[in-house]
Write a new protein. Structure first.
Length: 388
């Protein structure tokens, strides 16, 4: 039976671990010139150290190791192993720029290894469209497609300060609640350790000046792998979330709501690249966060808006569940809102910018109000964060 200290202890240890290691990783990154240099596609103006994922991973490991005094489960070692490989690959990518083909191949192999060793996959729709168990020959390719997609969706939202870390913190907290309700101690500890480890990095990434680091591909691949593991655990046919599904909760709509904007923005960007005849992996400036920046939103304003929109989708899904909507209706609500805030809003904003329409003034006025980084309180917090 899960106790509240099962959440507090790992989260606190993970927080302290990242807080302690962050300045040391920053110093190494600066000494070795391990930085992300600005270019035509990127939004920063100066080189920024890019090893933040190592600090976050260290915090997660500290949280998990501390939790081992509360329970003993071999799956934790397997999860750490998969995350470590992803950290290694992502860090190499940060330094050497691996080809998309190499990265995708490694991601597929890691996901397949997790599925095989943990005997877990997306093998149930839990009542969606009246379906429950998915045949294994469908579950395996579906899981690999979904998991690799989630990993890359998390990676691709890493474009402005605080966005990827802020989103992953929010998602980790939500998954912590789900697994806590399902009495799944391993996944609860993993999710809450991630949330605790991300907080110090997020504060430095958003408020820091001399202490700012990017989480890098190493960090986003680690967190993306965790998110895909959470989805597999929830949508597995032997999931601990069965009691939640029996209460009428749509597990598929719930996971989709939590990951809504990264997943749907990635689908939009890649589909538009294919329509234009370019590679879906060719980098450009067509993500939702790029649109907010073009409208005049600051980095933090962009992060606040996107996280708020994603949280709104989660709230809408939860209200539909609490009001007794069927699993199918829950899904349709999540799909409609996700498409609205990614596909429809992006198209609307693009039209307003190109035609200088009336809506552009409203959008730019909103953006101006969201630019609060250089005000007194912000600068005071920045000085404090740079000291710790």
């Amino acid at each position: 039976m899960l106790k509240f200290y099962h959440i507090i202890i790992p989260a606190l240890l993970a927080f302290i671990g990242t807080l302690w290691i962050h300045p040391k990783v920053l110093k190494i990154a600066i000494m070795k010139n391990l930085v992300d240099n600005p270019d035509a596609r990127k939004l920063q103006r100066n080189p920024v150290p890019v090893m933040g994922g190592i600090a976050v991973f260290f915090g997660i490991i500290i949280g998990l190791c501390g939790a081992q005094t509360l329970f003993n489960h071999y799956n934790v070692f397997l999860l750490i192993s998969a995350m470590l490989v992803m950290l290694y690959i992502g860090t190499i990518d940060d330094i050497l720029d691996l080809t998309p083909t190499t990265r995708f191949l490694i991601e597929i192999l890691i996901v397949a290894w997790i599925m095989y060793v943990n005997n877990v996959s997306i093998s149930s729709l839990w009542g969606l469209w009246g379906a429950y168990t998915i045949p294994e020959w469908v579950a395996w390719p579906l899981t690999i497609f979904a998991a690799v997609g989630i990993i890359n969706a998390i990676n691709l939202i890493d474009g402005v300060n605080g966005l990827s870390s802020g989103f992953c913190f929010m998602a980790s907290v939500l998954f912590t609640i789900v697994f806590y309700k399902a009495d799944n101690i391993v996944m609860t500890v993993l999710a809450v350790s991630a949330a605790g480890a991300i907080i110090p990095f997020f504060l430095h990434n958003v408020f820091g000046n001399s202490t700012r680091m990017f989480i890098g591909d190493g960090g986003t691949l680690v967190i993306g792998t965790m998110m895909s593991i959470f989805v597999m655990e929830i949508l597995h046919s032997d999931s601990s979330c069965k009691l939640l599904a029996d209460s009428g909760m749509g597990l598929v709509p719930m996971t989709l709501a939590i990951l809504a904007i990264p997943v749907f923005d990635t689908l939009r960007v890649m589909s538009m690249r294919i329509i234009r005849g370019t590679s879906p992996f060719h980098p450009d400036r067509t993500h939702l966060h790029h649109m907010f920046i073009e409208l005049g939103f600051s980095h933090v304003g962009t992060t606040v808006c996107i996280l708020s929109l994603n949280f709104m989708i989660v709230i809408a899904w939860y209200l539909s569940y609490r009001l007794g909507a069927s699993v199918d209706i829950q899904l349709y609500i999540v799909l409609a809102l996700s498409i609205l805030v990614t596909f429809v809003f992006y198209k609307y904003a693009s039209i307003q910018i190109s035609s200088k329409g009336k809506g552009l003034k409203i959008l730019k006025a909103t953006a101006k109000k969201m630019n609060f980084e250089k005000k007194g309180f912000w600068l005071a917090v920045q000085k404090f964060i740079d000291k710790i």
